[in-house]
Design a protein around this ligand. Structure first.
Ligand SMILES: C[S@@+](CC[C@H](N)C(=O)[O-])C[C@H]1O[C@@H](n2cnc3c(N)ncnc32)[C@H](O)[C@@H]1O
Length: 269
């Protein structure tokens, strides 16, 4: 058995530094923009699209501008819808984009109405996911596609960390489980046509450029150092939410959360 000194000289040998040097090379990660490229493969001028969980409609606007499509956005949060409406008007797209307050579980549209559904970063927080997916399958044309980007918990996420995300960021425990979500696709009648593991790639892209996760960590340390003042001014609930949210990017970079892109088609018959 090697003694501790032998182990130390192996650990701090040239071999180790060669690995660090190797790790300093970019793996040319893909960026978030790949989602637009994938969507573009399915969109034609005049396509009718739904953004399920549109928030401020920034993605819907970008898709409408790039592909000359007609769009509908739905989101259950009033302030998101107000911002989305203002953004649509500011973009001069009020004749092509409509947004409404609601949930993907209840879409006031006839069967087979949409050519394409964009659902980015929403599945994590949808109560009754299966009902939501059923409804999406109902309103999609048989030739239609749903692009779903979501994040799953990996084995590296500790139970206490997952509980924090669920309690304070509104994620639904079952929806952070890849097997559960794929089973929900299946029972909602949605077939997986394409599955692309993104993992840490978008985060690596941002790290290598302008948006390091350290920015969130710096905010986190400043938040904790001013805990009492922040709670007094903004409330315990806001403090807790912000604290949890500032972990998200780092958890992705650490591989505790891993993102996946699906393209789904409604199964008929
Ligand atoms: C993390 S945000 C992502 C927003 C946007 N899709 C994006 O990628 O920027 C999740 C959004 O899903 C919305 N949401 C939550 N439950 C929903 C539901 N049942 N139906 C539709 N949207 C929902 C939230 O209000 C929020 O705007």
């Amino acid at each position: 058995m090697p003694g501790n000194l032998d182990r130390l000289s192996r650990m701090y040998s040239e071999e180790t530094w060669r690995v660090y040097a190797f790790l300093d090379q970019s793996l040319d990660p893909r960026s978030m923009d790949m989602l637009y490229d994938v969507a573009g493969e399915y969109l034609r001028p005049g396509s009718v699209i739904l953004d399920a969980g549109c928030r401020d409609a920034q993605h819907l606007i970008r898709l409408a501008e790039a592909h000359d499509v007609v769009g509908v956005g739905v989101d259950p949060v009033e302030v998101h819808i107000e911002r989305a409406r203002a953004a649509v008007v500011a973009a001069g797209l009020a004749d092509r984009i409509e947004v409404f307050l609601g949930v993907m579980q209840e879409l006031p549209y006839p069967d087979e109405h949409f050519d394409f559904v964009w659902c980015r970063d929403v599945i994590e927080g949808v109560d009754e996911l299966e009902a939501g997916l059923h409804e999406v399958a109902r309103v999609l044309k048989p030739t239609g596609r749903m692009l779903a980007y979501t994040v799953f918990a990996t084995d590296l996420l500790e139970p206490k960390e997952e509980a924090m995300l669920n309690r304070l960021l509104g994620s639904v425990a079952d929806n952070l489980d890849e097997g559960n979500v794929e089973a929900a696709f299946e029972s909602a009648g949605m077939a997986v046509e394409r599955k692309d593991l993104i993992g840490t790639e978008w985060r690596e892209y941002a790290e290598e450029r302008t948006h390091p996760a350290a920015r969130a960590l710096l905010r986190l340390s400043r938040l904790r150092r001013q805990r009492e003042a922040v709670i007094r001014t903004h409330g315990q609930d806001i403090y807790d939410h912000v604290q949890a949210n500032l972990h998200w990017e780092t958890y992705i970079l650490l591989g505790k959360l891993s993102s996946v892109l699906y393209v789904l088609t409604p199964r008929r018959g």
